[in-house]
Design a protein around this ligand. Structure first.
Ligand code: ZN
Length: 59
């Protein structure tokens, strides 16, 4: 929970990232847990910004 919002709600926020030709370019690998995540998903970005976090469960 961040500001009372769940990660799912944060992920649903509109994204201001430019459209990239390659979908893979939106993904970055977290240096902390080694999981690749979509940097357009604010909830995921904030999760991976936490020190000592675990990789997210991929649905
Ligand atoms: Zn991470």
């Amino acid at each position: 929970m961040i500001d009372g919002r769940s990660r799912e709600e944060l992920n649903a926020l509109p994204c201001t990232a430019p459209d990239l030709e390659d979908e893979a370019e939106h993904f970055i690998v977290c240096p902390e847990c080694g999981q690749a995540f979509d940097c357009r998903k604010l909830g995921d970005v904030l999760h991976h910004d936490e020190p000592g976090h675990e990789p997210l469960t991929v649905q």
